[in-house]
Design a protein around this ligand. Structure first.
Ligand SMILES: *[C@@H]1O[C@H](CO)[C@@H](O)[C@H](O)[C@H]1NC(C)=O
Ligand SMILES: *[C@@H]1O[C@H](CO)[C@@H](O)[C@H](O)[C@H]1NC(C)=O
Ligand SMILES: *[C@@H]1O[C@H](CO)[C@@H](O)[C@H](O)[C@H]1NC(C)=O
Length: 324
C-alpha cells in the first residue's frame, strides 16, 4: 500500500537561479496509463499502483514549474548509431493504447502535440557535436510539419497534467520539450554503451544545469521485459533482479545498484529504459554536487514487463520542498 502526501512550501520561483529543477523516471507501458486494460485483479492492482505513482510524479513535476522538459525516449524515431535530437518546432502523434495486450488487441489513441525548444535543442546539438559525441539532429519537411512521436513520448508526458485520466484523449503540454532519441544499436548492446552513456549523460546534465530556463529531465522507461515465460520475450531470472536493482538505485542513486542493473541487463533483462537510466544517473552525479533527494513511488511488474515511477529533486532548490 502506497500512501502519498505532498506539500509544496513557499513556492516562490522569482529570482531563483534556473537549473535542472527535477528529474523523473516515468513508464510508457500501456498498463501504467490504463490499468483497466487488465482483467486479472492482481495484475490490475499492481498496474494501478504504477498509474497512481506516475500521476503523482507528474503532478510533483508540474509543481516545480519547469519551463522545459528534457525527455529521453527509446521508442521514438531511432537512428542506427547516433542519439537523435528533434529539431522541428512541433512534434505530434498518438499512442495506440492496448497494443501491449498483443497484436490482435483493440486499441484507442492518446494524442499529443509538443512544442520543441528549438534553441536549446540546437545549442545542445552544437555542443555535443563539438565534443565529438554520437549525436545528430533531425529536421523534416523544412520544419513546416510536425515530426512523429508515439507511445514512448506521449504516455510518460501525459502524466504531467497530473489528472490521472485514462482513455482516449488529446493531451496538451504546457512546457517546451527537448527530445533525445536513443539509437537502436541499444537493442543488442546497451550494456556495452555504458561509458558513452555516462559521458553523454554528464555532458547533457551540465549543459541543462547551465541554462537560464528551469528544466526537468524525464526518462521514458519501462524495466525488464523477461518476467514471464508466456510473455513475448520469455523468462529470465535476471528480470526480477534487474527491477530490484533499479528500485534500489532509485531509492539511493547508488552507482553500485546501477552497475548491478547493468549486469542483469547483460544477462537478458531486456529493459528499454536502461540507457536512459544510465544517462540520468551520470547527469545526477555530475550536477548539484550529488545532493539530490530521491523517491521511488512505485516498482511493479503487473505483466511480463516491469515499471517504476521515481522523482529526484535537488536539496539546493530551497524554495521547493517536496514531500513524497
Ligand atoms: C539560445 O540558447 C543559448 C544557449 O543555450 C542562449 O545563450 C541564448 O540566449 C538563447 N537564445 C534565445 C533567443 O533564447
Ligand atoms: C560512437 O559510437 C561508436 C559505436 O558505433 C563507439 O565505438 C564510439 O565510442 C562512440 N563515440 C563516443 C564519443 O562515445
Ligand atoms: C561521479 O562523479 C564523480 C565526481 O565528479 C566522478 O569521479 C565519478 O567518476 C562519477 N561517476 C559516475 C558513474 O559518473
Amino acid at each position: 500500500m502506497w500512501l502519498f502526501c505532498c506539500q509544496l512550501l513557499s513556492c516562490l520561483f522569482c529570482g531563483l537561479d534556473a537549473k535542472l529543477v527535477a528529474t523523473a523516471v516515468i513508464p510508457h507501458g500501456d498498463f501504467a496509463y490504463d490499468p483497466g486494460l487488465l482483467n486479472n485483479l492482481t495484475e490490475r492492482a499492481a498496474a494501478q499502483r504504477v498509474h497512481s505513482a506516475s500521476t503523482k510524479v507528474g503532478s510533483l513535476l508540474k509543481q516545480v514549474a519547469p519551463e522545459v522538459i528534457f525527455l529521453t525516449s527509446p521508442h521514438g524515431l531511432e537512428l542506427n548509431n547516433d542519439f537523435l535530437l528533434f529539431e522541428n518546432p512541433l512534434l505530434s502523434g498518438s499512442a495506440p493504447v492496448g497494443s501491449d495486450l498483443g497484436p490482435e488487441a483493440s486499441t484507442y489513441d492518446v494524442a499529443m502535440s509538443i512544442h520543441v525548444d528549438v534553441n536549446i535543442t540546437q545549442s545542445l546539438l552544437a555542443r555535443s557535436r563539438a565534443a565529438g559525441r554520437n549525436v545528430s539532429g533531425l529536421q523534416g519537411f523544412a520544419g513546416s510539419q510536425p515530426l512523429p512521436i508515439s507511445w514512448g513520448e506521449v504516455l510518460p508526458l501525459s502524466f504531467l497534467d497530473g489528472s490521472g485520466q485514462t482513455g482516449p484523449r488529446h493531451v496538451t503540454l504546457d512546457q517546451r520539450v527537448v527530445l533525445l532519441g536513443i539509437p537502436y544499436r541499444r537493442y543488442k548492446q546497451d550494456f556495452n554503451m555504458v561509458d558513452e552513456l555516462v559521458d553523454l549523460g554528464s555532458d547533457v546534465g551540465r549543459f541543462l544545469e547551465g541554462l537560464p530556463e528551469r528544466v526537468a529531465w524525464v526518462v521514458s522507461s519501462d524495466l525488464a521485459h523477461t518476467h514471464r515465460a508466456d510473455g513475448p520475450y520469455g523468462f529470465c531470472p535476471c528480470a526480477a533482479r534487474f527491477d530490484a536493482a533499479v528500485g534500489s538505485w532509485a531509492k539511493s542513486l547508488s552507482w553500485a545498484a546501477m552497475q548491478e542493473a547493468r549486469r542483469e541487463e547483460q544477462l537478458g533483462a531486456a529493459s528499454c529504459g536502461f540507457t536512459g537510466l544510465e544517462m540520468l544517473h551520470a547527469a545526477l552525479n555530475a550536477t548539484q554536487e550529488a545532493k539530490w533527494t530521491t523517491s521511488l513511488l512505485a516498482l511493479e511488474a503487473p505483466t511480463y514487463y516491469g515499471m517504476a515511477a521515481a522523482i529526484m529533486h535537488p536539496h539546493s532548490d530551497s524554495a521547493v520542498v517536496l514531500h513524497v
